[in-house]
Design a binder for this molecule. Structure first.
Ligand SMILES: C[S@@+](CC[C@H](N)C(=O)[O-])C[C@H]1O[C@@H](n2cnc3c(N)ncnc32)[C@H](O)[C@@H]1O
Length: 216
């Protein structure tokens, strides 16, 4: 924070605006949020390798969206070590909501639990262990925000299972929608050919998020 950058003598590119001009660091509104952000910073510095975490830009966008739709229930598929869930926890602290996140890998489950513990968000986040294709079957709606960030080939099944539980006006965020678009050749038709859904690609970092709104 506060680091000064030499002025550009041309129009900045979108990446320069995103990475150099707009603030990179999340803003805390109180000490509890600062605690969460401190843990997120530590995860970026010391745990990120091989975790497949979302970028900070995408996290900021998800936090804004989640607060904007006043989400009470956020469902995440693919917790990894808990980085994106912590971004959601910043949002649900202000909406009075909860995050239910799903992960299959025991090592990552252990890391996520430790991160949630030290960020003091255990009452905001429920971590469901196991294969999400099975564990989401008993999930109750209404879901306000759904993040698809587990294995790409599973996205259509996740959508089919959970779309009926997403509330009208709710959001489905498919992560890596540009970075791994080649693995989403079934997913794109599934959302495009559904007249109840409207979608837009937000490419704040190279991974991209396809954000879909349930219109009716
Ligand atoms: C890209 S990472 C998630 C990153 C995380 N959302 C973040 O930004 O911090 C994908 C995760 O999905 C998990 N995963 C893959 N298949 C799964 C399944 N069938 N059920 C639950 N989790 C799964 C992987 O173990 C991996 O940790």
């Amino acid at each position: 924070a506060g680091e000064s950058k030499p002025p550009l003598n041309r129009f900045p590119t979108a990446e320069e605006i995103s990475r150099q001009i707009l603030p990179q660091h999340p803003k805390a509104r109180d000490a509890a949020e600062q605690k969460i952000i401190d843990v997120m910073d530590d995860m970026v510095a010391n745990q990120a390798r091989g975790m497949g975490n979302i970028s900070p830009e995408d996290g900021r966008m998800m936090r804004m969206l989640t607060e904007s739709v006043k989400a009470k229930k956020v469902v995440e598929l693919g917790t990894s070590n808990g980085y994106s869930a912590l971004w959601f926890s910043l949002a649900v602290r202000s909406t009075g909501g909860k995050v239910i996140t799903h992960e299959i890998d025991p090592t990552r489950i252990k890391m996520a639990k430790a991160n949630f513990e030290r960020a003091r968000v255990k009452e905001l986040i429920t971590l469901v262990e196991g294969d999400a294709h099975q564990t989401i079957r008993n999930l109750d709606g209404p879901i306000d925000v759904l993040l698809l960030d587990a294995e790409k080939e599973g996205f259509v099944d996740y959508l089919n299972q959970l779309l009926p539980k997403v509330r009208v006006g709710g959001l489905i965020i498919a992560h890596d929608s540009s970075g791994q678009a080649d693995q989403l050749t079934d997913y794109f038709p599934a959302i495009i050919n559904n007249d109840d859904l409207e979608s837009v690609l937000i490419d704040a970092s190279k991974w991209g998020m396809c954000i879909t709104r349930k219109m009716r």
